[in-house]
Structure formats: C-alpha cells, structure tokens
Ligand binder design. Structure first.
Ligand code: F6R
Length: 610
C-alpha cells in the first residue's frame, strides 16, 4: 500500500526512481511524485494518476535532470483524495518526505505545528510528518535526533524516506509496521518498499526493523536504533530474479502468475517432503508439537482468509481437531479465547498486512503458538511468528492474488497430512499415499486446468454482460465459491454473492431470476445430488447456470447451460485445480469487460493500513 523508492549513486536518480515506481505501482496507483537534488536545489515533481503521468511531467519539465539522489512515491490515498497537491513528496524547502502508512495522531500534531507557525497545503497526514521532522530539526540541529524525536511523537504506522536540503547526498529512512528495505549496490544505494523495485540493480538488501533509522549514502549504510546505537543487520540476498518481477510477454501479471502455479506448487512442496512424507522439522514443527495441538485458528484477510477455510475443511477431515477461521480485522478486536495448546496460523502473501500482523501480536500475547504461512521472505509476520513456513510462490505483482492462494492451499494440505500423522489419525502408508498424490500429481493437474483456458474464456462470455451473479457450492466448494466470487468482484466489478447452496432457499432465492446467472461448484461426490437439486431450484426461477464439476459427473450436461469438467484428480485435492479455473474465469470476464486487470480501482496490494 503506497510504494516508496529512493536512490543515491552515479546514475540518473529520476530514471532509477521511475523504474522502481513502475515496479511498485501494484502497491498504489492514484498519484505519484519524486523529489531529488538537481543543480543544487531540492526539486519536486508530482502528478495525480498513474506513474506514467509523473514520468511524462518529469521528462517535459527537465527539472530533475542530473540529480543523483532522490526519493519517489506511488500513492494509495488514505488522507485526502488523489490530487496533485495530496501526492507525495511533502515538505518544504528544507525537507521532503515520502510516506507509506497512517499517522493516527496527525490532528493534534498538526495543531501543535500550526501553533508553532507551520501552514499546510494538503489534507495529508504525510505533510504533518514532514513538518514535524522539520520542526524537530530546527530545534535540535541534528538530522538523526530529529527523526528519532518524530518517531517518538508519531502514533501509527509508517515507512518514511527523507531528503534534507542541507545534506544532498544522503537518504534517511525510518519505519514502524510498514516494510522498508535498503538495497546495497556497488557505489550506489537504494531504499524501497519492496526488493522488487531495485532488483535490476542489486539483489542485496537490509530489512529495516521497527523504530530504526537508516542513513544511506552511495557507499555506506548505517542503521541506528532509537538511542542512536548502530544495529547489526544481516545482508540478505533476494532469490527472486528480475524476470520474475516483470510481465514478460503476458498481457497482465495476473495471467502470468496463474501460469506459474504448477511450478510454484512444486517448489513449495518439494523441500517439505522426505521419504514421501511431509516434514516441517526445518520450520520448527516437529511431531511432538503438532500432536499436542488442541485447536487451530486461521487468521487472515481476503483471499488468504479463504485459504484458511480450505485448511479448516482438510484439517477437520484428516485430524478431527476443531478449526476456526477468523477475519483478522475482526479477530483483533473480539478478545479471542486462546490457550498455549492452540495453534494460530496467520496466512499472508505479503507478510505485512496490518490487521493480520496485529492479530499475530495478539495471539502471541495470549500465549498461543503462532505459525506464519507467508510468501515474502523476511517480512514482518514472517519475522514475528514463532515459526514460519514460506510459500515459495515468487513475487506476486497482480493485485488480485492467484498463485499465492493456490500455493497456500497446497501447503495447507501438506501440513494437514503431517498433523494427522503426528496425531495418529493417519497411518504412515495412508499419509505417504496422500503426499505422493499431492506432490506428484498436482503440478500436472494444475497444468491441465490451465490448458482449459479457452473453454473457460467461452464460459466467461456467458457472464460478462451481467452486473450481478451468484456462486453456489457446498462444503469445500462453498469455500472455493467465496474465493471465486471475490476474484470476480475485485477485477471485473460485477457484483457477486457466494452462497452455501443449501442456504439459498432461506431467503436469498428471492433474488434469483433470469437476470441472475449462477455459477455452481459441485466437485464433492457425496454432495453432488444435493447440488443438482439446488441447481434445479435456480433454473426453475430462470437462472442460467454454469456448472463446474468432476469428470464423469452424472448427467451434468443436462443440468446446466455450460459445464466445465475439472481435470481428473483425487477428490481430496480437487480444490487446487478448481481454484485455478475460478481465477481464469474471473480473468476472462474482466478482460472481456475491458477492465484494468492488474490494477483494479480503489485497491492496492499489501494492505499495510487498518
Ligand atoms: C484478493 C487479495 C486480497 C489479499 C488480502 C491479504 O485478491 O489479494 O484479498 O489476499 O489483502 O493480503 P496478504 O495475503 O498479503 O495478507
């Protein structure tokens, strides 16, 4: 949410920063701006709209030409509508900053600064932070002290990169609860929200910790704590390649990332399989720990929460322990009841989602054992959870999450098998047989699901002109319906509801008419006949039905306008190819409607505000 990048070195700063902002645009795209030292001046260029707009302005004005030190920002508005004025950077002739996060106490800080003679031109909390740092600097005459004083004053979350006009070759950065890395190159340095922004220049970086301050010149990085004591940090090396973070020849990141699912599943499962059994010992999850678990709570947001619902179905089926799935923004304020034998699993692609992070901290406070299932290495949730299992999905740039979800659910299947084995609910032979099917078959089966793309695109044509539709399913299919519905809403702007098929007749069936098509998911054999009855009920009210079911499902073709058959696979794991098909469906509906698929309106990836 909001992308920050900064550069100091021999290259043309505005070019490096613009490049970084294009890469970070998935984090926010309603306005952008750059500040840099050019010809001895601290120059600022900003514009409402996508990074492209500020890029054109930078070229047209030429005021940043020759700058070798600067900061940039692409915004997802929180305080103040998207506009030139509200775009970052903010500040005055002495200081410019870019900010990601929310300054919760910006109103009293603003009032205090106004009393001290400051005026404000924007509606943003960021301008308050900029002037607060300036106020402290004017009083203490020490840049690090001023930043530390500001950190003491600010309540909220922030990653902030700063330029001081009287220090033209240095980037300063501070953070709390928002990601910020410092990239280290040969005679050049970077700051960024995400390593992807600087991958074309360096793979080496430091992860700034909470309440830390980075002082960055072209050949030196110092990281200090609130007492100005230097902090030792491990220099990390990104495993992602620049190609992985770029679109290649694909029309959208979303379709590229769906295409990466088979490989991502394989990559995630392989290191956790020994002797064809799941093994999480390297992650700290040995059998004695797993065997003692009395209940599991998944906490996450959006798509990651939907992955937790799949985890619930599978763990309850294989392990027979109760599983709750909680929306992180609710969990954190609901005073949850947790004990030390409870496992709390935080699922997060970014590892930075504000509500999920708060939920993790609360679960730890309550004494539960916490496990992060996270994609981004070194992210805050990954660092703070008692243990972490990384989903090796590679960078996910599309705002709509696809491969991260498919990999999360694949991993949850593997974890469930190990838990069931540790709890004595599965024999070694049965666990081995499930593991083999998951590991050896799923990448191929997801490839087969992707090969159905043309057929899915045909089905998409049936729905793209409607403004409302329903997804229905039972059991695990209902949970997949929720994810399919979210994906479709998010990128195509079609309003859709996901309903437990048996619940429709308790009220909502009144909405079913010939103008309300229904996508029915029926991949669970014991529930198939029940689903067929529900399909007949909606057809009787005029609805067109797309049925997604298993190969060989009885009389399926007679029941729906169109049927998509899943590739033949073990029923336990059919959620995995079903997820891929639903993602392709959402993609093709959105493509036919001409939507901006990778950057849906009002959204941003990595939701680091509450
Ligand atoms: C939807 C989507 C979001 C995220 C949610 C959690 O396609 O991407 O619903 O799943 O914002 O994000 P993470 O997984 O980064 O915590």
């Amino acid at each position: 949410m909001c992308g920050i990048t900064g550069y100091v070195g021999a290259r043309e700063a505005s070019e490096v920063i613009l490049q970084g902002l294009h890469t970070l645009e998935y984090r926010g795209y309603d306005s952008a701006g750059i500040a840099a030292f050019a010809n001895g001046n601290l120059a600022v260029v900003k514009a409402v709209g996508k990074v492209q707009n500020v890029e054109e302005k930078v070229k047209a004005l030429g005021t940043l030409n020759g700058a070798h030190c600067g900061i940039g920002h692409t915004r997802w508005a929180t305080h103040g509508a998207p506009s030139d004025i509200n775009s970052h950077p903010h500040g005055n002739e002495r200081i410019q900053i870019v900010h990601n996060g929310i300054i919760e106490n910006y109103a009293p800080l603003r009032a205090m600064l106004q009393k001290n003679g400051y005026t404000f031109v924007s509606e943003t909390d960021t301008e308050v932070a900029a002037k607060l740092i300036d106020y402290h600097y004017a009083n203490c005459h020490d840049r690090a002290d001023a930043l530390i004083a500001a950190m003491r004053d600010i309540v909220g979350s922030y990653a902030i990169a700063v330029l001081f006009a009287d220090c033209p070759d240095t980037l300063y950065a501070i953070r709390k609860d928002n990601p910020l890395i410092v990239g280290v190159g040969e005679g050049e340095s970077f700051v960024a929200s995400d390593i992807a922004a600087v991958l074309r220049y360096t793979k080496n970086y430091y992860q700034l910790g909470d309440h830390q301050l980075a002082v960055v010149t072209k050949d030196r990085v110092s990281i200090l704590d609130m007492e100005k004591t230097p902090v030792e940090h491990e220099l990390l090396t990104a495993t992602w390649s620049i190609e992985a973070a770029e679109r290649g020849g694909y029309a959208h990141f979303m379709i590229k990332e769906i295409g990466e699912e088979p490989e991502a599943i394989e990559k995630t499962l392989r290191p956790r399989i020994k002797d064809m059994l799941p093994c999480f010992e390297e992650e700290g999850l040995d059998d004695s720990r797993l065997a003692g678990i009395k209940s599991v709570t998944f906490v996450a947001c959006g798509t990651a929460m939907h992955a937790g619902l799949v985890g619930k179905t599978v763990i309850e089926k294989l392990c027979r322990v109760p599983v709750n799935v909680e929306i992180a923004s609710e969990f954190r304020y609901n005073d949850p009841i947790l004990n030390k034998d409870d496992l709390v699993v935080i699922i997060s692609q970014s590892g930075e989602t504000a509500d999920s992070l708060a939920a993790l901290r609360l679960a730890k406070e309550k004494g539960a054992y916490t496990l992060g299932i996270v994609n981004v290495i070194g992210s805050t949730i990954a660092r703070e959870a008692d243990d972490v299992i990384y989903t090796w999905a590679g960078p996910e740039i599309s705002v709509a999450s696809t491969k991260a979800y498919t990999v999360q659910i694949s991993l949850l299947y593997l974890l469930s098998i190990r838990m069931a084995l540790a709890m004595g609910k599965l024999t070694e032979d049965a666990a081995r047989s499930y593991t083999r099917t998951l590991y050896e078959d799923m990448p191929r089966i997801v490839r087969e699901a992707i090969a159905l793309e043309d057929e899915v695109a045909e089905a998409a044509a049936l729905f793209c002109d409607y403004e409302d539709l329903f997804f229905i399913g039972r059991g695990i299919d209902y949970h997949l319906a929720m994810e399919g519905s979210l994906k479709l809403k998010e990128i195509s702007y079609i309003h859709s509801e996901a309903y437990a098929a048996g619940e429709l007749k308790h009220g909502t069936i009144s909405l079913i008419t010939e103008d309300m098509p229904v996508i029915a998911l029926a991949t669970t054999s014991p529930l198939y006949e029940k689903m067929i009855s529900n399909i007949r009920e909606v057809k009787a009210r005029g609805a067109e039905v797309l049925l997604i079911t298993r190969e060989g499902a009885k009389d399926a073709a007679d029941e729906a306008k169109k049927v998509i058959y899943l590739p033949n696979c073990s029923e336990l794991f059919s959620a995995i190819p079903l997820a891929t098909i639903l993602q392709l469906l959402a993609y093709h509906v959105a493509a036919k409607r001409g939507c901006d698929i990778d950057k849906p309106r009002n959204l941003a990836k990595s939701v680091t505000v509450e």
